[in-house]
Design a protein around this ligand. Structure first.
Ligand code: SAH
Ligand code: SF4
Ligand code: F3S
Length: 449
């Protein structure tokens, strides 16, 4: 690689989960601290960070085509390209070998080194860093900047569960919890910077553990209870949880901590015990349902969400129907469903009984029909409820605003005469009309700042 000018503008493109979104924000903060500015919308950036995801199909191919597109768009002055995220971790060496346009490859636990790597690239030296000491990363990141009303905070990283279909334990490394004091400090910065809601993130966020300010061992519920004491923080959420890491304290917190929102994302993947076992999920369908009953007892209005995989190797029609029955029993407010995608290096990729594409397509369609039915049903059942909406952005029409209900529904409403709303407000509305993906609200009283 030849020497180049130091980049002045950057763009970070994040794919994948919310943890990648969080990492993307932190990389942007690092680049800003180095003196770069965000490239204006529609303009080419001097440095492009592709913050990639490896969870499903064709992730690597997509990275190569993105690189090709960037090189072409740049003409005789192509941008400096950094590949970050989970594809970088899994296939860094190969990317370096195959794509000479890439100046640096940096894994999810090493991106604090991005500024130095840029200097190296300017000097004509390409570099790869896929080391995994996550604690070093957080200590080396700059303080949080101004943020939107709803902010992410990664509290736990990595995964030790090794579900047989999943790449995350390989791309993100072992489970680690960030220290209580660091999280409290970061949360306070986020709130000072404008956040009214914080979503605590981790691949197994409910496995978080630490020591509180008085030296007591605490779980996620202890952290949540402490964060709830931050005066200007109005809402706390957390995602994603694993059924096996759920504690009595966290369930109880849903009934006791007002700021903890009535929403639980708890993936189950399948309703068949045989499939769950082959997935190495180490819980049964019934155990999962009983766990949800306990959440409902603690917080009767809790909205439930989940993830599903159809067409795991060996899944029969009868086993798939068990998933449909589980969905009927739970009545999710929201859910995400995917066709099984063989991931290189995972045990399931070489299992017998890979399910044909047409069968997967058919099952996904049937599952999604059931999930859509329940999502609409949940929205319809919420009509008539009063709740606060956290305003996140303007709607399409003048005077219209969009935000989230406590149950994470997208709510749009027209501001009341004499009561202009603003981003970050909590506005009291009555939910008035339900659609499949959003609910219309009617303002009950002027906005409270
Ligand atoms: N740690 C979280 C989520 C991880 S990835 C958890 O365990 O719940 C998010 C979702 O992607 C998973 O819940 C699963 O439904 C889906 N997923 C993961 N690997 C997949 C694969 N190989 N094929 C299809 N879907 C997959
Ligand atoms: Fe993947 Fe399973 Fe870990 Fe979730 S718990 S990240 S699905 S291995
Ligand atoms: Fe994707 Fe990595 Fe997240 S594989 S889902 S970006 S942990």
């Amino acid at each position: 690689m030849r020497q180049s000018d130091a980049p002045r503008t950057y763009r970070v493109k994040s794919f994948g989960c919310q943890m990648n979104v969080y990492d993307g924000e932190r990389m942007a903060e690092l680049l800003a601290e180095k003196g770069l500015s965000a490239a204006p919308e529609g303009e080419e950036a001097d440095l492009v960070v592709l913050n990639t995801c490896h969870i499903r199909e064709k992730a690597a191919e997509k990275v190569y085509s993105d690189i090709g597109r960037l090189v072409k768009a740049g003409g005789d002055k192509p941008p400096m390209i950094a590949v970050a995220g989970c594809v970088a971790q899994a296939e860094g060496e190969e990317i370096m070998a195959r794509a000479p346009a890439v100046g640096m490859v940096v894994g999810p636990q090493a991106y604090h080194r991005l500024p130095q790597m840029i200097d190296e690239a300017v000097a004509g030296r390409r570099a790869t860093d896929t080391e995994m000491p996550a604690d070093a990363k957080f200590a080396a990141l700059p303080a949080r900047r101004k943020v939107g009303p709803s902010a992410f905070l990664t509290v736990q990283e990595g995964c030790d569960k090794f579900c047989t279909y999943c790449v995350v334990p390989y791309t993100r490394g072992a489970e680690i919890s960030r220290p209580f004091a660091d999280l409290l400090a970061e949360a306070e910065r986020l709130v000072a910077g404008g956040a009214r809601e914080i979503t605590l993130l981790g691949q197994n966020v409910n496995a978080w553990s630490g020591e509180d300010d008085r030296g007591r061992a605490v779980g996620l519920d202890g952290l949540i209870r402490r964060l709830a004491e931050i005066t200007d923080l109005a809402r706390i959420r957390y995602t994603t949880s694993h059924p096996n890491d759920m504690s009595d304290g966290l369930i109880a917190a849903h009934g006791e901590v007002d700021k903890l929102m009535p929403y639980l994302h708890l993936p189950v993947q399948s309703g068949s015990d045989r499939v769950l076992k082959a997935m190495n999920r180490s819980h049964t369908a019934d155990g999962y349902l009983r766990l949800l009953d306990r959440f409902r007892a603690a917080r009767p209005d809790i909205a439930l969400s989940g993830d599903f995989i159809v067409g795991f190797p060996g899944e029969t029609e009868a086993e798939f129907e068990e998933t449909l029955r589980l969905v009927d029993a739970v009545r999710y407010a929201q859910a995400f469903s995917f066709k099984y995608s063989p991931r290189p290096g995972t045990p399931a990729a070489t299992m017998e009984g890979q399910v044909p594409r047409e069968v997967m397509d058919d099952r996904l369609q049937r599952l999604q029909a059931a999930l859509n039915r329940d999502q609409l049903g949940f929205n319809q059942a919420s009509v008539g409820r009063s709740c606060d909406v956290l305003v996140e952005r303007r709607g399409r029409h003048p005077g219209q605003w969009l935000g989230k209900s406590p149950w994470l529904q997208s709510v749009f409403f027209d501001e009341a005469a004499g009561g202009a709303a603003a981003i970050g407000d909590l506005v009291r509305v009555e939910l008035a009309e339900a659609g499949p993906n959003s609910v219309r609200g009617r303002v009950e009283q002027p906005a409270i700042a």
